[in-house]
Design a protein around this ligand. Structure first.
Ligand SMILES: [Zn+2]
Length: 123
């Protein structure tokens, strides 16, 4: 069963994983993430059509089908890493050189550890 709400589109289990990660953030930061990002979780269906009213100027964090093979704590880790990219106002890779992508990944990993990992399960 798929669902769509303001900040996450996907299956129920993925919804609760995103929710768990967002709950680790202070309310003001959590609201900022929810207002700015759509988490587009893996779909079994081949395509997903998002109307402009849904996207509404927000960024999309898209997860490929590889995401499905991870455990819930691993998924929380990945989601927190992507949120850290947003908090750090990083550029989308593809628009920047590889060495900068690497720097951004390290910075995101560091922030994700500080903000989230204490309260999430170790993996
Ligand atoms: Zn990254």
């Amino acid at each position: 069963m798929y669902f769509t709400e303001r900040y996450v589109i996907g299956e129920n289990n993925d919804k609760s994983i995103v929710y768990n990660v967002l709950n680790q953030l202070p309310e003001i930061e959590r609201n900022s993430v929810i207002e700015s990002i759509i988490f587009l979780m893996p779909f079994e269906k081949p395509v997903c059509y998002l109307k402009t009213e849904i996207v509404d100027g927000r960024s999309i964090v898209q997860f490929s089908n590889h995401f499905i093979k991870y455990s819930d704590p691993e998924e929380e880790h990945i989601i927190s890493h992507e949120i850290a990219h947003f908090i750090l106002k990083h550029e989308c890779y593809g628009n920047i050189p590889d060495n900068i992508v690497k720097e951004q990944d390290l910075a995101s990993e560091e922030l994700a550890k500080k903000r989230f990992y204490d309260s999430l399960n170790n993996i």
